[in-house]
Design a protein. Structure first.
Length: 80
């Protein structure tokens, strides 16, 4: 399973929605605010074993699910 699909699964589990999230979804359109985004960051950091830099802890830094996926991919690649 690729990073994008794993991220979608984390989001669907967190928001308790199934088969509704795509990489093209805007975070605000699927219900993200500051608190929910921080909860997602914690799940992402644990699942992917990465750490978000402080400047990326705001959901305003990411418009779409795809942008979050790209950030995760860049962090995972630096660990390899």
């Amino acid at each position: 399973m690729n990073i994008g699909q794993q991220l979608i699964n984390l989001i669907e589990d967190q928001l308790e929605i199934k088969d509704e999230v795509t990489l093209n979804n805007k975070l605000v359109d699927i219900g993200y605010d500051s608190l929910k985004f921080i909860e997602l960051v914690i799940k992402i950091e644990s699942f992917f074993e990465i750490e978000f830099e402080d400047e990326y802890l705001s959901y305003h830094k990411f418009e779409t699910v795809s942008e979050v996926e790209e950030y995760i991919s860049s962090k995972v690649k630096t660990l390899v």
